[in-house]
Design a protein around this ligand. Structure first.
Ligand code: SF4
Length: 600
């Protein structure tokens, strides 16, 4: 009889580029990745153990130690904290008798922290054995622990309150709600599967690219690169095989719109991938999804199968000779940096998700060194509408620089958190009205997640668009009673420190130094020079290789720019220097640990 590991290795054809899938399956089956299986994997894939270890150690959801029969990953994002996560955390610790990072002595339950899991509209939230639990309370935590001790499966633990829409489908069965609050041309329900492909096959690839260029569409991930131009580069690139990647690794805290599209409009997304494949001449599409959305896997696979059965995927699609395209799903395993396109490609090849040096760009040399176009979920959905309605139609929406619509993930202190599709050009004030937040109660809005900017009331008339406030789509509303430095900035700095891949010394070290400065100021030990140091040291990060490092100082720099008074009121006015280190306290703590008697 084959061992579990042997079966998993064979399922993926012992292909080392599928190492991520192999490790995910091993982790799921054994609850961790045992040493002997690492050795077996290395042996059978013709890799060194070190190479396999390198991949395992990079991702949050892989573990080389047992994580318990039930593993609880409680989200520690800023919004989760705002919504009462600390009380839920305390309840789990009390009920289980363990701290975070530990497993109960009987091996039943492991309790861990994790960064934003894409549920900011329904916090506090946790992942337990790949199922999502939202709107947690201390009471609910107690119930969950009771159910675990009674041996219930995760699917039997929540029965009263299913989520909305497709979340109720038998293939998902989740308590997640999708909270679609405003529907526009991309999210509209009238789309019929296959419609755009039927039209596509009557066009040449060049005509498709021309139409997308005419629309002036820019990539929806935040960087805003023109989509038509990217596709043109992809079409002109030389390679035996070309790939389309859909980046569904939305890890920016505060973002969850991809989750909603993957659940409610997956056929639209897959059709967008087919269009992109046709345009550049790719035969394979890879949908890279963050591990946190593993609960959607069966649903997404079934939609892909439906498309194959109807010949909207596969060979000679809809009778068009030579038009071959199929899609496979690749899950990540928990690493924010994999949202960067070259890191995502590295990860899909089974490696650590470390960003590559560029050039060459993925469009010339991407997945398996072949030309690869990476687009995000929203972009690929929007191109379907461009094919159906034309580039001029799309251009007529929004503003001159920012055409079309934008999906926003809105969370924090508002009545109606959720996903909103708006035309570019909405002001922050418009948005606050829309989501049920009174601007006089709102102190700040975090635009674009931790890598974006925190703005105050004097900027609420600014508009969303590349010409003013560009955003990948996350908006966090922060009311007057929040402590911006403690509740938001400190949390975001911790996030960047945890998520740095460590390749660049700038990104590996500077965020920690900035965080220490922030803590010094919060602990009333800061002086004016500390603020000046923060501004100077923040510039160092611009030399980092990828966007994560380049933006890692943004939480502290943008709050310093727009809320400088919060820093200034905490620093010591009558002191020029404070080392920030309390020697007596440190000696006292050290003596308590070592059992020695202080002699100073
Ligand atoms: S900037 Fe940070 S995350 Fe990006 S490559 Fe450098 S160390 Fe890694």
């Amino acid at each position: 009889m084959k061992t579990g590991a042997q079966r998993i290795l064979e399922k993926y054809g012992k292909d080392k580029t599928r190492l991520m899938d192999i490790l995910i399956d091993v982790q799921n089956e054994f609850g961790f990745i045992p040493r002997e299986i690492t050795v077996q994997i290395a042996d059978e894939l013709g890799m060194s153990e070190v190479d396999v270890d390198q991949t395992i150690s990079f991702y949050h959801f892989f573990s080389q130690k047992p994580t318990g029969k039930y593993h609880i990953y409680l989200n520690n994002s800023a919004v989760a904290n705002m919504m009462g996560r600390n009380d839920v955390a305390a309840a789990f610790m009390k009920e289980l008798g363990i701290k975070f990072g530990e497993v109960t002595p009987d091996g039943l339950v492991g309790l861990f922290e994790t960064a934003c899991i894409g549920m900011n509209d329904q916090e506090p939230a946790a992942i337990i054995n790949n199922q999502i639990f939202t709107r947690l309370t201390p009471f609910r935590a107690k119930e969950i622990v009771r159910d675990i001790r009674e041996g219930k499966s995760v699917n039997d633990m929540f029965v009263q309150d299913w989520g909305d829409g497709e979340n109720r489908s038998d293939l998902i069965k989740s308590v997640v709600s999708n909270n679609i609050r405003k529907i526009g041309p991309v999210l509209e329900r009238t789309f019929t599967a296959g419609q755009a492909i039927d039209k596509l096959i009557k066009m040449t690839p060049e005509q498709v690219i021309e139409e997308v260029k005419k629309s002036n569409m820019r990539g929806r991930g935040g960087a805003g690169f023109p989509t038509g131009l990217k596709w043109e580069f992809g079409r002109n690139a030389k390679g035996e095989k070309k790939y389309i990647f859909c980046n569904a690794d939305e890890g920016e805290p505060g973002t969850f719109k991809d989750r909603v599209i993957l659940t409610e409009r997956p056929r639209l997304l897959f059709e967008g991938m087919v269009i992109a494949g046709y345009a550049i001449g790719a035969t394979e599409g890879i949908l890279y999804i963050r591990h946190e959305y593993k609960y959607l896997q069966a649903h997404l696979e079934s939609i892909l199968q439906m498309a194959r059965d109807a010949n909207y995927l596969g060979k000679n699609i809809q009778g068009k000779k030579g038009f071959n395209f199929d899609i496979r799903i690749q899950f990540g395993a928990g690493a924010y940096v994999c949202g960067e396109e070259s890191a995502l490609i590295e990860s899909a090849e089974g490696k650590r998700g470390e960003p590559r040096d560029r050039p060459p760009f993925p469009v010339e040399k991407g997945y398996l060194d072949m030309p690869t176009v990476v687009n995000n979920v929203e972009t690929l959905c929007a191109v379907v509408k461009v094919v159906l309605n034309g580039g001029e139609w799309y251009k007529s929406l929004g503003t001159t620089e920012s055409t079309g619509t934008k999906l926003l993930s809105i969370s924090g202190d508002c009545k109606f958190p959720g996903v909103y599709e708006v035309v570019w050009g909405f002001s922050i004030n418009d948005i606050l009205d829309m989501v049920g937040a009174h601007s006089e109660d709102v102190q700040a809005v975090q635009v674009g997640g931790p890598s974006g900017a925190i703005i105050g009331r004097n900027e609420f008339n600014r508009i969303l668009g590349y010409e003013d406030l560009a955003t990948g789509g996350s908006l966090i509303i922060i009311s007057k009673h929040r402590d911006i430095l403690n509740d938001i900035v400190l949390n975001f700095m911790d996030f960047f420190i945890d998520e740095s891949c460590g390749s660049c010394s700038t990104c590996r070290i500077t965020p920690t130094l900035l965080r220490n400065k922030l803590l010094k100021i919060l602990n009333a030990r800061g002086v004016k020079q500390d603020i000046e140091d923060i501004v100077e040291w923040g510039k160092i990060l611009k030399a980092s290789r990828c966007g994560l490092g380049q933006t890692a100082a943004n939480p502290i720099l943008s709050s310093l720019k727009n809320f400088r008074h919060l820093y200034e009121e905490k620093i010591q006015k009558n002191k020029e220097y404070d080392c920030g280190f309390d020697l007596s306290l440190a000696v006292k703590e050290s003596c308590q640990v070592t059992g020695r008697v202080p002699n100073i």
